[in-house]
Write a protein that binds this ligand. Structure first.
Ligand code: C2E
Ligand code: MG
Ligand code: MG
Length: 578
């Protein structure tokens, strides 16, 4: 590439005017200074000198090379910018600054996606210096650092940057914007059962659906694992927040929840969505992301596959939850747990056949905390495994001390099936407490069979091989109960108390109880009606053919000593049920 001519030259030509210009620049009293001119020509930074009209008087070698122009000198600035493919609106900024004789700094996109930072500085002798810095590689690196490699979506840093920029823009224009946090439901089981390559392919398909569900101005990001986020910056014309965010959230739940085919597998995952709006829910990025996260937490807690908007009360609820979590983590070590024992009665004889051990947490300041509150939390933070083992050991030890060989039922959380240690734990507890395995009944819910059904069935068979009995608890509240009954020969089905409660005045509940009792009879499984509180309910469940009953009517959960006393030969057995 030839160096632009800069020496001598006739007055009036660019090179001639350049000589005069350079003399003025170097020292007004001196003639043109060749060493000074040479230094400009050879300097490392790309440099153009322009006259007051914006005509190029001088370009050093670096500038000519960067702009891919053999002879910039003599070209008008618009002609030069056009020749190197500069995008119109960006070039116009420089031209405006020349016309107004003011400094300017802007980023230009040249041919072949070359990105340069241009700085225009008016000179005291008239005209301008226009310098460039090639930032292509820098920007490419920065873009890569903001991209998530698996899906090509923005990563967390990228989302944060875009959110900052969108908030600044929204501050000027007043346009509302929404942040949607997304978490896939049941993704972990796909990854665990079918392996990471299938999990990765599924994540890419989810990312594709998210892109399709959004519009050009929106930003879709993957924050890690199965967590995604969407910044909705551009609600449909005429559509306002929160309507636009609600429409998007509904679309996401529908689209992401549709079946995927990956490597010949039909896969189903759902998505939970939390939404925060700006300015109502926060005007900085951290607040908005945090609030969308809290709303997501609520969506997951309320059944997944749904969306929730942030509400200010969620902040206080989260703090209460954190404080409960701190207390719960200490409860086992501080010996705050206890067991209550609720009698189970055989309907035919009216005799107590056994007890269900029910966990109790007595906190010194909070008082008794309901299992419905702390067990889901213990499951969520993983400490149910230790608590469950404690409950199992305490229940077996207690039952081993009873005067009669009544059965002892212990609840198992689905989480306890995950570590691969359950059979070993139960075996150890039986050995340590000396309880006859046939007296132990482990209660599981359908939730345990929902994920990784095959490996859970393996564990159940392992437990059965120890001689332990297995009951299906809260039957009828899950999804695919019948298929589970067919997959594993449970010893007992416990009909959920909601059906028993509904029997008075609701014929359908009666029909369900009857159907389950008959199903149990034909499959050789005992059926226990839970939550029987009134004599009418007792008559009804007896008429429907249940074999056992457990409820407040026949005995509330009681302390260990009282349960033991019920089985003691010195205490007369409760009168058989009428
Ligand atoms: P579940 O296993 O279905 O236990 C029966 C629940 O129904 C107990 O509630 C019991 O007190 C209550 N109940 C019994 N009869 C009646 C009645 O006539 N009326 C009414 N309204 N309720 C009745 P609890 O003790 O609050 O336990 C709730 C749930 O917590 C249990 O439901 C079980 O799923 C879980 N849970 C309790 N202990 C443990 C444990 O050691 N481990 C695990 N993983 N879960 C446990
Ligand atoms: Mg139970
Ligand atoms: Mg139950």
């Amino acid at each position: 590439m030839g160096r632009p001519s800069t020496r001598g030259g006739l007055p009036g030509t660019p090179s001639g005017r350049m000589s005069a210009f350079l003399s003025a620049l170097a020292a007004p009293s001196l003639p043109a200074s060749p060493p000074f001119e040479a230094a400009l020509a050879e300097m490392a930074a790309p440099l153009l000198l322009l006259d007051a009209d914006g005509t190029v008087l001088f370009a050093n070698a670096r500038a000519a090379a960067l702009l891919s122009c053999a002879e910039p000198a003599g070209l008008s600035l618009p002609a030069l910018l056009a020749s190197c493919g500069a995008a119109e609106p960006e070039g116009a900024l420089v031209l405006d600054a020349v016309r107004a004789a003011r400094p300017a700094r802007t980023r230009l996109t040249l041919a072949a996606d070359r990105r340069v930072e241009a700085a225009l500085a008016p000179l005291s002798v008239g005209g301008f210096a226009l310098t460039f810095e090639d930032v292509t590689e820098h920007l490419r690196g920065a873009a890569l650092a903001r991209q998530e490699p698996l899906t090509g979506l923005c990563n967390r840093v990228g989302l944060h940057d875009r959110l900052d920029a969108a908030l600044a823009e929204a501050g000027r224009t007043g346009t509302p914007l929404a942040v949607l946090m997304l978490d896939l439901d049941r993704f972990k089981s796909v990854n665990d059962t079918l392996g990471h390559p299938v999990g990765d392919a599924l994540l890419r398909k989810v990312a594709e659906r998210l892109r399709k569900a959004t519009r050009a101005g929106d930003v879709v990001a993957r924050l890690g694992g199965d967590e995604f986020a969407i910044l909705q910056v551009d609600p449909r014309p005429g559509a306002e927040q929160p309507q636009a965010a609600e429409a998007l959230a509904r679309r996401l739940v529908d689209l992401v929840g549709r079946t995927y085919v990956v490597d010949g597998h039909m896969l189903n995952v759902g998505v939970s969505v939390g939404v925060a709006l700006s300015p109502a829910d926060g005007s900085d990025a951290d607040d908005l992301l945090k609030h969308a996260d809290l709303a997501l937490y609520r969506a997951k807690a309320e059944g997944r596959g749904t969306y929730r908007f942030f509400e200010p009360a969620m902040n206080a609820q989260m703090q209460a939850r954190r404080s409960l979590e701190i207390d719960l983590r200490r409860a086992l070590a501080l010996k705050q747990f206890d067991l209550a024992f609720q009698p189970q009665i055989q309907l035919e004889t009216g005799q107590v056949t056994g007890f269900e051990a029910l966990l109790r947490w007595n906190h010194p300041e909070r008082g008794p905390v309901s299992p419905a509150l702390f067990i889901p939390l213990a499951e969520e933070i993983g400490i149910i495994v230790g608590i469950g083992e404690w409950a199992l050991r305490a229940a077996c030890r207690e039952a081993a001390s009873w005067a009669q060989p009544a059965s002892i039922a212990v609840n198992l959380s689905p989480v306890q099936f995950r570590g691969g240690k359950l059979v070993e734990t139960v075996m150890n507890v039986l050995a340590q407490t000396g309880l006859d395995p046939t007296r132990l009944e482990l209660e599981i819910t359908e939730g345990a069979l929902l994920e990784n059904t095959d490996s859970v069935l393996d564990v159940l068979n392992g437990l059965r091989a120890l001689g332990v009995k297995i009951s299906m608890d809260d039957f009828g509240t899950g999804y695919s109960s019948l298929s589970y009954l067919q997959k594993f020969p449970f010893d007992k089905i416990k009909i959920d108390q909601s059906f028993v409660r509904g029997m008075e005045g609701n014929a359908e509940c009666g029909a369900i109880v009857r159907a389950i009792a008959r199903l149990g009879a034909s499959l050789g499984m005992r059926t226990t009606a839970e939550g029987v509180e009134t004599a009418t309910q007792l008559d009804a469940i007896r008429a429907e053919g249940c074999t056992e009953v457990q409820g407040y009517l026949t005995g509330r959960p009681m302390p260990a000593a009282q349960a033991a006393a019920l089985l003691s030969p010195s205490v007369p057995s409760p009168a058989p049920l009428a």
